[in-house]
Design a protein around this ligand. Structure first.
Ligand code: NAD
Length: 736
């Protein structure tokens, strides 16, 4: 049989080398066709008497990324369609569907001939689950080899046997840790966990895999052998009695009970280890079916898997603009942000000219990049040579003439209109025609800055977040006159540096900072009401925020908050800010000298390392404190999520953000908005706009007008609309 996605070569020893290499794709993924072909391959190799065993590997630099988008999407659409037609059988249909991969891998495992997975690169999700069903697993020791079951990060869990096989190979604690965090393992770590049989040099990979078969590898999984014992003895041992009672509590501490998939992993392993393997698979299949029906799974997959990929692949890129391969990027301002922007640009293999007021200052910026390279080399993320190549891409300079062949220049100089004006003029004096100028301003409207430009159509905002090398998001901001070409170049650049872009229209604070300010502002209100500071921080974390609002304010700097409040008063008048907030922040900064983490004194105290930060005790003396039992923590949680979601809704209403995918992805990647919700607008859609409006009205009565629902929300509530229905990103009017 001829396969589209696999080639088969059988050698003189009767070992079939199956190479997975999907045409037209940069990475192998599981599609319906791949599963069909794999099924046929198992049948064919079993039927062929000349074949003694099979080695499966990949023809690409990675092994496989796991399931394809279309497969995941189809699980949801089949279930939704069936639910609409016949609710009684929808869950059964979903159950049968999710069992297909499980059944196929079990068929491979019990086919009677030995299979060895030869893992040559990244092996994720379903691909690792398939490898676990093989009788032998060999991985190359190349740095690019990473093994993971990352499903939990998008609201689901390994549902093709992963929970059962991992927990029968590795000790329970490591298995749980791996699956509930979705962490990537190096080949060495995977071997130490007993998930791999061998780790070899890349050029030995296939021969080592074949050798396992020649050495008589038994085509029987350990759990199918008589007398199989779970590592560590299973659930009813003294060691397990230490682990299992604590495990749900630890999970709850880490996730506040917000992630059904993470809890399902615990259940699958705990219940599965007490029964025969095939029953364990059934248990997993049941929980998987259940988790797929949760709002969390639906929303997380939509935002963190589907939308993120779509935005990354240029969903908002204007049509008809040729792709720009950036050869040289200029970065002006080699300070805190500029140095890191130069680093991430060079990491993408793009030459960078890094300019500051003098060569010493520019050199300091490069030194920051050197520090980052040193750290990456130290942690084994890149080799010494790769680090050297990266640094060779960065040329410090104080001469604007060096920008005469740049494709794109990004300015990250002081946040001062006059300084920026001078830089825009100096850059444009040398910038070639067609090159694009981008500003990294965080507060100054792009349209206003573009007034200093002779070519405002080539002028755009590219707003990075700190720390630039870690944050996955960039906001691309359109000024009134920004042209399609500038947008295309900006998006090509963001794609090259492997970040996810959201495209927003010009406004004070753009999208992310507008929402973040609401989060911190609600915390100010709570402090003023007398809510104990620790309760504020804990409630935010229980709501799913990764960092409490007071800790976040310390990172951003409290003196910056004061600056922003003062600027708002100067530009928009006294009413633009809450006078109590101004008093609070002024007191902290001007009376107490508490600027945030940068001077080790903010809402928290920061003792020298290894001391741990703790809330500043003086905070409690600023306002009369309520008793914890007088406060409903659920209301605190709602206030945090609702105030941010309302701001996101306002940005849609104002046309600042036009695509709900961007508000959702931007809110999670930009400031960690409770990821289990799928983002700020999915949070509203999931509860229903009507219910959200009612919640906001209740909160407005009790806590202030910041919660007043907007005209758009009321209109949507009356019409029974959702954000994904009304602002359908795919252009087809359907209810989400
Ligand atoms: P910074 O003070 O650390 O760095 C600014 C750099 O610009 C300094 O090295 C300075 O010497 C240089 N500079 C000033 N005038 C110059 C000129 N005329 N020519 C060349 N270089 C000049 O500031 P930063 O925190 O890196 O912020 C830079 C920009 O990025 C600001 O617009 C800020 O709003 C924005 N931003 C900052 C953050 C953040 O977290 N700090 C986040 C997003 C955006």
């Amino acid at each position: 049989m001829a396969y589209t996605n696999f080639t088969v070569e059988t050698d003189a020893d009767g070992i079939a080398l199956v190479t997975w290499d999907m045409p037209g794709k940069s990475m192998n993924v599981f599609t319906a066709e791949v599963l069909e072909e794999l099924n046929a391959l198992i049948d064919a190799t079993v039927a062929d008497k000349a074949i003694k065993g099979v080695v499966i590997t990949s023809g690409k630099s990675s092994f496989s990324g796991g399931a394809d988008l279309s497969m995941i999407k189809s699980l949801f659409s089949v279930y939704q369609d069936e639910k609409a037609r016949n609710p009684a059988t929808a869950a059964q249909k979903l159950f049968d569907l999710v069992g297909r991969m499980t059944g196929l891998f079990r068929k491979l495992e019990t086919c009677g001939k030995p299979w060895v997975s030869a893992i040559n690169g990244t092996c994720m999700g379903g691909a690792l689950e398939m490898s676990l069903a093989c009788h032998g697993r060999v991985a190359s020791n190349a740095k690019s080899v990473k093994l993971a079951l990352p499903e939990v990060k998008v609201g689901i869990f390994p549902g093709a046997g992963g929970t059962q096989r991992i927990s029968r190979l590795a000790d329970a604690q490591s298995a749980l840790q791996m699956m509930t965090t979705g962490q990537s393992l190096t080949a060495a770590r995977a071997k130490a966990m007993n998930l791999l049989h061998q780790v070899v040099e890349p050029d030995q990979l296939i021969s080592a895999a074949k050798q396992m078969i020649k050495d008589g590898l038994k085509p029987v999984a350990p759990w199918d052998e008589k007398g199989f014992k779970v590592p560590g003895g299973g659930i009813w041992t003294p060691a397990a009695a230490q682990l299992w009672p604590a495990a749900p509590a630890i999970l709850r501490r880490e996730t506040s009970g917000n992630y059904p998939a993470a809890l399902a992993i615990l259940k699958c392993v705990y219940e599965g280890l007490q029964v025969p393997f095939d029953t364990g698979l059934k248990i997993e299949q049941r929980y998987f079916t259940q988790v797929l029906q949760t709002t969390e799974a639906y929303s997380m997959i939509r935002s963190l898997f589907i939308s993120m990929q779509e935005l990354g692949k240029g969903a908002r890129r204007p049509a008809g603009q040729p792709k720009t391969e950036l050869k040289k990027v200029g970065v002006v301002g080699a300070g805190f942000m500029g140095a890191s922007i130069a680093y991430v640009t060079a990491a993408a293999g793009i030459a960078v000219t890094l300019i500051d007021r003098d060569i010493e200052a520019a050199g300091k910026g490069k030194a920051v990049a050197e520090g980052l390279v040193k750290e990456s080399v130290g942690k084994g993320r890149i080799t010494r040579d790769e680090g050297a190549a990266l640094l060779a891409c960065i040329t410090p300079s104080a001469d604007y003439a060096d920008l005469s062949d740049a494709d794109l220049v990004i300015e990250a100089v002081f946040e001062d209109r006059d300084v920026k004006k001078a830089v825009i003029e100096a850059v444009e004096a040398v910038l070639p025609a067609g090159a694009v100028f981008a500003t990294n301003t965080s507060t100054l409207p792009i349209t206003g800055l573009a007034k200093n430009s002779k070519r405002p159509t080539d002028f755009i905002g590219i707003h990075f977040f700190s720390p630039v090398e870690k944050m996955l998001l960039t906001e691309v901001i359109l000024g009134k006159e920004t042209g399609d070409r500038a947008l295309a170049v900006a998006l090509d650049y963001v794609a090259a540096i492997k970040k996810t872009p959201i495209v927003v229209n010009d406004t004070r604070g753009f999208f992310v900072n507008r929402c973040v300010l609401r989060y911190m502002s609600e915390a100010y209100d709570m402090l003023i009401e007398g809510v104990p500071p620790a309760m504020i921080e804990n409630a935010a974390k229980m709501a799913g925020m990764p960092v409490g609002p007071l800790a976040l304010n310390d990172e951003v700097a409290i003196d910056l908050s004061l600056k922003i409040l003062k600027a708002a008063v100067a530009d928009l008048g006294d009413k633009a800010v809450d006078v109590r907030h101004m008093q609070l922040v002024t007191r902290l900064v001007e009376d107490e000298g508490r600027f945030g983490r940068k001077n080790s004194k903010g809402f928290y105290d920061y003792p020298p390392k290894p001391g741990k930060k703790s809330l500043w005790p003086g905070l409690k003396d600023l306002y009369p404190q309520k008793k914890a039992e007088e406060i409903d923590v659920n209301v605190l949680k709602q206030r945090f999520l609702a105030t941010i979601a309302l701001e996101a809704a306002r940005t849609m209403e104002e046309g600042i953000v036009t695509d709900p995918r961007e508000a959702d992805v931007g809110s999670i990647l930009g400031f960690g908005f409770a990821p289990y919700t799928g983002g700020a607008l999915s949070y509203i859609d999931a509860m229903g706009v009507k219910a959200f409006v009612e919640l906001c009205e209740t909160l407005a009565k009790a806590y202030g007008r910041q919660f007043k629902p907007t005209a758009l929300l009321k209109d949507m509530a009356a019409k029974g609309e959702t954000f994904y229905g009304r602002f359908d990103p795919y252009g087809v009017k359907t209810a989400a």
